[in-house]
Write a protein that binds this ligand. Sequence first.
Ligand code: AMP
Length: 315
Amino acid sequence: MEILRTVAELRAWSRTQRNAGRTVGLVPTMGALHAGHASLIRAAANGCDAVAVSVFVNPTQFGPNEDFARYPRTFDADCALAEGEGAEVVFAPSVEDLYPGGAAAFVEVEGLSSRLDGASRPGHFRGVATVVAKLLIAAEPDRAYFGQKDAAQVAVLRRMATDLLLPVEIVVCPIVREGDGLALSSRNIYLSAEERAWALVLSRAVRLVESLVAGGERRGDVLLEAARGLFAGVPEVRVDYIELADWGTLLPVEVAGPGTLFAVAAWVGATRLIDNFIIGPQVLAQEERDIEGYSRQPQTGDESRRWESEAAWPA
Ligand code: AMP
């Protein structure tokens, strides 16, 4: 597996692949790779002929008091994991490579960027949309892979790709969890043993709401109240938000239905964690309802969700 450091190298590699008739998949990450990232790389390797994993801790998506400086950096292990899952290259640029001359041009997805995580992390989604746009323009992939773990981020990026006419298929992969339910996150290593136990309230809330919905409950206030009740039992965890929103617009919804996102964010000590659940065919199968943008292909065991653009990168 090759390590590419510059945009020019990445673009040359991608064009070589596509000129040889191979499809290209991109998996953007900030490194500190775990089984959640591995599932994305595996999905990319299964769905594309050649896979690039980017490893870049993007400064523009961190607030001034956030953890940019101490974000875990485990580059050698990341390369080993990426190679093991079938990546052909790791793209690991410097800040200067991706932001030559600093950062004056940004991608702002209005509205969506200030909802959910965007409300509590001002500027965060602007940084995310900007760096992902740069990575897509540099790598020109046929498909880019993201985790449902960051569901609001997916909504922002999907809208960004649509509005900017970026010719890429966005593939969203299911949340990978520890055996006890905790969603995998590079930030879990910040948790003490005690905090790790408290943190389970997030996935318990997700499971509770999921089971209530499966049982037929659709009233938003009832679902949110049930989740809040669980958090009330763990006062050490400080809720940032508990919301039901439309997964496309991130606007609040009062009655849950297909495509409704139940999302939580909470502080466990100094660590902010997120988790979510999206009402989809696995819950609503009995209702035989279609969800816009959701491709049903359960026969492959592939639970990913896809949005496809008609356009193509230049030859
Ligand atoms: P990050 O390195 O945290 O920026 O994450 C890179 C990608 O991995 C994002 O698309 C995340 O949504 C995805 N990801 C992170 N954690 C998980 C997880 N537990 N399950 C699935 N995907 C994940």
